[in-house]
Structures are given as structure tokens and as C-alpha cells.
Design a protein around this ligand. Structure first.
Ligand SMILES: Cc1ncc(COP(=O)(O)O)c(C=O)c1O
Length: 382
């Protein structure tokens, strides 16, 4: 008996459908009802005094994540989403000097590409390295070659969103640090399904969000900054909570908070902080190592079944090089995905990739088999 299955009853949606889309929106833990009620009750009964509990949640929630990510306390803040956090980190960088190159692969999530590319108007020079010949993985040789003395930052996903290919972050960090460049890791597709120790890795920044494998819902993006970097960076995208003494309401030039708060900016998204908590606590309790071990087994099972029924698998073949998703493709996969959803198998489709299937710790092996049986039926017109 798989002991992780005892968590199933904590996730109401699992009794309604085969939910295999945790790479996109993780199932909602039932505890979220209580957490959001707690938020509403505080607002209703304490009014403005509630801020005294709400504001500290920015770093208190970050500290729960810190345990999952191997970060020291006080190095993670929560914000609305990755796009906003990239803008904050980017605003602390100088693209006007000789060191202005930004290097990443063609596998990045589009909003990351849009953001960095838009910094060219401030002087940045973006180099996008094409993917490897397999079309699904990073071309590590070319990527490492592109990181040179002119490179300022290497923003890279740890797991590519289309193919779930794992990127060799350690090699990137080694090379980047050798030439004096920063590395910003987008761990969105990894956190909660792949063990990560940001301290051991020595990475400079980590961004991500809570909607996927963390089962934390929307509006809770996170930013980790390496402790020794925090006080050396001055984000131009700042707000009153970035100030050392926000409640002085000073109109002099900003005196930055000496802590991670300098990256916070304006008022936090409080309901997002409440809804994120239950998922984090469950993941922390289970431990990501255990989740990864189960995920590897289930993905292997899905890969085997996909091959048996003649699907193209657009995910790396080596289990050590793929995250928690298997992407399968075939003629008509876009329409088949819509049909699967109608039949209550919840997955998604991405162009140039196929149907993404993502079991999490709460899925059964029988569900993995059932989804492949259903794809087989749909393909044969049943
Ligand atoms: C790797 C990756 N980065 C970023 C995002 C989204 O970022 P944001 O929080 O800005 O919506 C996603 C998916 O939604 C993603 O898969």
C-alpha cells in the first residue's frame, strides 16, 4: 500500500475526476477553506488591526518554504507572481555597462523571455541559446559557452515547462560564478516535486510560484535571494515596505531595509498568503524526496504504457533528467486532450509538445493506467 495515498482525502477534487495536472494547477487541499475563513474572520472582527498579523506573513510564509528549499530563514519573500519578482530583481541590475549580457535557453517560460528581452531597451543584450537536437533538453555545451565575461545574469528554469527536462543548474552556476555573473533559477516546475537545496547549490536568486506542485493556489509567487547578496542590491522597483522604517512615511530618498524586505515593494497579497499555507505544510510534512521517488515510478509506468500504445514521448528518456511530467504527442492530440477533459481526465495540451500528464503524490497507479487506456480508446474512435 502506497502510504502517500492517505493524503487523498485532503484533496476534494480527487473524488470527482482523474486529476493529473499538478504541473499547471495543483489540487486544492481542503485546509484552504479554513485558512481563507481565518483571513475573512480576522478582517471582519479586527479590521485594520489585522494588518499586524497580515504583514509579517510575507516572510513567515517564506520561512515555511525555506524549509522545503533548503534556505535560511529570512531569505524568502512572497509576492504576486514570477513576472513581478523578475521585475524587482531586474531593477537592481545595471544593464548599461560592459557586463550586460543575459543568457538563457529557448526552453524558458514565455513571460520570462518577454521580461528579459524587454530589458534590451535599458541596454541589456539577450542571447537565447537554442535547445539541444532532441528538441526537449537544454544544450548544455552551447549554454555554458555562451556564458562569458560580458554576462550579467543567467535566468534559467530548473525544469523546462514544455518537456519537464531538468537543466543542470550546478554546471550553470559554476560557470556563471567563474565569470562574475548571477544565476536566477526559475524553480516553478520543480518546487514540491524535485528536491532542491538552494544553499548547497549556491544560487543567487530563486523565483517560482505556488499554483503547481506546491498546491498553494494563485497569488503567491516567491523570491529567494542569497543571504550575502541581500544588502548589496538596491531594487529600483521598490515601495514603502522596501524602506527600513515604512511607518515613518519619509519622503526622502529611500533608505533600504537591511533585510529581504527591501525586495517586497508595496502591500502584500494577503489572501494568497493564507491560501498557500496548507499546500506548503503538506509538502513539508511528506518531504520532497518521498514525492520524487513516487513520481519517478509513476512517470516510468506512464512512459512504458505510452510507448506500448504508440505515442511519441516528448520528455527526456533518462528518469534523472526529467521532472514530474510526461508529455505525449500523436496526430490529433490537441482534440484528444479536450475529449479527455470532457471524460474527467484533467490534463493539458501545449503546442510543439503535446498532452502534459502530471501525477502527484496523491495519484494512484490505477489512475496512471486509466488515463493511458482512455487515450487508446479515444485514438481508436471509442
Ligand atoms: C517555469 C515557469 N515560470 C513561470 C511561470 C508563470 O509565471 P507567473 O507567476 O508570472 O504567472 C510558469 C507557469 O505558469 C512556469 O511554468
Amino acid at each position: 500500500m502506497d502510504d502517500l495515498l492517505r493524503w487523498r482525502e485532503e484533496f476534494p477534487i480527487l473524488s470527482r475526476c482523474v486529476y493529473m495536472i499538478s504541473n499547471s494547477l495543483g489540487a486544492m487541499p481542503r485546509g484552504v477553506y479554513e485558512k481563507l475563513k481565518e483571513f475573512a474572520d480576522l478582517w471582519a472582527t479586527e479590521g485594520v488591526v489585522a494588518w499586524e498579523k497580515w504583514v509579517p506573513l510575507v516572510t513567515e510564509t517564506g520561512d515555511v518554504l525555506a524549509e522545503i528549499l533548503g534556505a535560511p530563514r529570512g531569505t524568502i519573500i512572497l509576492h504576486q507572481n514570477v513576472a513581478a519578482l523578475l521585475a524587482i530583481v531586474g531593477s537592481a541590475l545595471d544593464f548599461s555597462g560592459g557586463k550586460r549580457k543575459i543568457v538563457y535557453t529557448a526552453g524558458e517560460f514565455p513571460s520570462c523571455h518577454y521580461y528579459w528581452k524587454a530589458q534590451e531597451r535599458l541596454g541589456a543584450k539577450v542571447e537565447v541559446v537554442p535547445l539541444a537536437k532532441d528538441g526537449v533538453s537544454a544544450d548544455m555545451e552551447r549554454l555554458l559557452q555562451a556564458i562569458d565575461e560580458r554576462t550579467l545574469i543567467v535566468p534559467t528554469s530548473l525544469v523546462l515547462f514544455r518537456s519537464a527536462a531538468i537543466v543542470d543548474a550546478k554546471a550553470i552556476i559554476e560557470k556563471a560564478h567563474r565569470v562574475g555573473a548571477y544565476v536566477l533559477l526559475d524553480a516553478y516546475q520543480a518546487t514540491g516535486t524535485i528536491p532542491l537545496d538552494v544553499t548547497k547549490l549556491g544560487v543567487d536568486f530563486v523565483v517560482g510560484g505556488s499554483v503547481k506542485w506546491l498546491c498553494g493556489g494563485p497569488g503567491a509567487g516567491y523570491l529567494y535571494v542569497r543571504p550575502d547578496l541581500i544588502s548589496r542590491l538596491e531594487p529600483a522597483a521598490c515601495g514603502w515596505f522596501s524602506h527600513r522604517k515604512p511607518f515613518d512615511f519619509s519622503l526622502d530618498a529611500i533608505d533600504y531595509a537591511p533585510s529581504i524586505w527591501r525586495f517586497v515593494g508595496g502591500s502584500p497579497n494577503v489572501p494568497g498568503l493564507y491560501s498557500a499555507r496548507s499546500g506548503y505544510e503538506i509538502i513539508r510534512k511528506i518531504g520532497v524526496e518521498k514525492i520524487r521517488a513516487k513520481s519517478k515510478q509513476q512517470i516510468a509506468r506512464l512512459v512504458e504504457r505510452a510507448r506500448e500504445i504508440g505515442l511519441t514521448v516528448n520528455t527526456p528518456t533518462d528518469p534523472e533528467k526529467r521532472g514530474g511530467t510526461i508529455t505525449v504527442d500523436f496526430q490529433g492530440s490537441d482534440a484528444a486532450c479536450k475529449e479527455l477533459i470532457k471524460r474527467k481526465f484533467i490534463v493539458d495540451y501545449r503546442p510543439k509538445a503535446g498532452i502534459r500528464i502530471s501525477p502527484h503524490f496523491y495519484n494512484t497507479d490505477e489512475e496512471c493506467d486509466a488515463i493511458m487506456d482512455e487515450i487508446k480508446k479515444i485514438r481508436s474512435g471509442k
